[in-house]
Ligand binder design. Structure first.
Ligand code: ATP
Length: 318
């Protein structure tokens, strides 16, 4: 079976600003309905890449196609296909939420009746109805973000390019934002979304593209990242009566290393994963008479896996 053409195709993209090489050979494909996270530290080149994709910046070299249209040759067609959500947007003090969205509807050329209909659909989806008459400069961060999303959706674009949309949102607003992203993906929208906070995107995205210093360093699911950048197995252990007995046991047991003793639990490093390693250690603890009341593998944070991956890439190759 041949795979459908990607909605977004980025090919060997480069962009320099004087002596700064912001983007250094980035390539990837995104298919219809996918939610893809774009992760990198501050200054890694996320915004520059996204601005090129959104036709706001020309590349130094390389190409981007959106829905089959080249961004340089057909910028107008590309703008009709994408919704660009910048990381900041200006609020007009004398404009209400509804007026702002209506303005965007006009800019996209909707005639009156269809514009009114689209305005209602977008306000309902983004839950802006209740604040439709509120001035834009009197919105909370979460409301402002929903308005920015609403504006991005006005012309019903196929692909959404969102630059740090969850930055600064409180946990409730972030959960709500994730829900909207998933709903949009279910409607078949293709979504490309950046953040420098990995945990913000981990659960929201089907796959992740990691960049560092203008280059893609890893592409795949969050689980694959955890697998590719394996660290040692660390288990968290509780014993009836406190973890004190564990210190002595760890000292006389080969292959285990006590990492940290806390008040009611201890962290133990078991080294590199091998078949049966974790169950073997638990069996030994019980056979040695330790009163184990809780024993579980500590899940590594995605952030740790990313940092390990970068270290691996930076290490000199043998
Ligand atoms: P952040 O998370 O901080 O927004 P980012 O990953 O989006 O970072 P970019 O904004 O793409 O990174 O910046 C990449 C590099 O390019 C940085 O070193 C930045 O200073 C530089 N840069 C970006 N735009 C310009 C510009 N217009 N002129 C000069 N340098 C620029």
């Amino acid at each position: 079976m041949t795979q459908a053409a990607p909605i977004i195709a980025v090919r060997d993209l480069y962009r320099s600003f004087a002596e700064v090489e912001a983007v250094r050979g980035i390539s990837f494909d995104i298919h219809r309905g996918e939610v893809v996270g774009f992760i990198g530290a501050n200054g890694a080149g996320k915004t520059t890449t996204m601005r090129i994709m959104a036709t706001l910046e020309p590349p130094t070299s390389g190409a981007v196609e959106i829905c089959g249209y080249d961004i340089m040759n057909f910028p107008g067609a590309v703008r009709g296909k994408i919704g660009w959500m910048p990381d900041t947007f200006g609020a007009y003090p004398n404009m209400t939420v509804a007026e702002y969205l209506d303005f965007y509807g006009r800019a996209f050329g909707y005639e009156s009746a269809r514009r009114g209909e689209r305005l209602r659909e977008v306000m309902e989806f983004t839950d802006l109805n209740v604040i439709s008459e509120r001035p834009m400069n009197k919105l909370s961060k979460g409301m402002g973000q929903r308005l920015c999303l609403g504006r991005t959706l006005m012309h019903d674009p196929e692909a959404l390019i969102m630059d740090e949309p969850a930055a600064g949102l409180d946990p409730k607003a972030r959960i709500e934002f994730k829900r909207l992203v998933r709903l949009l993906a279910e409607q078949g929208k293709t979504i490309f979304i950046s953040s420098h906070i990995l945990s913000e995107l981990g659960e929201m995205c089907d796959s992740l593209i990691f960049i560092d210093a203008g280059r893609v360093v890893h592409q795949g699911t969050a689980a694959e990242l955890q697998g590719d950048a394996k660290g040692p197995v660390v288990v968290e252990i509780r014993l009836d009566g406190g973890p004190a007995k564990l210190r002595e046991w760890a000292e006389r047991t080969p292959g285990v290393r006590l990492v940290e003793m806390l008040e009611n639990k201890a962290l133990v490093d078991l080294g590199e994963e091998t078949p049966g390693l974790v169950s073997g250690v638990l069996q030994k603890m019980i056979a040695d008479g330790l009163p184990v009341s809780d024993f579980h593998r500590r899940t590594r944070k995605l952030e740790d896996a990313f940092v390990d991956l970068l270290k691996k890439l930076e290490a000199p190759q043998p």
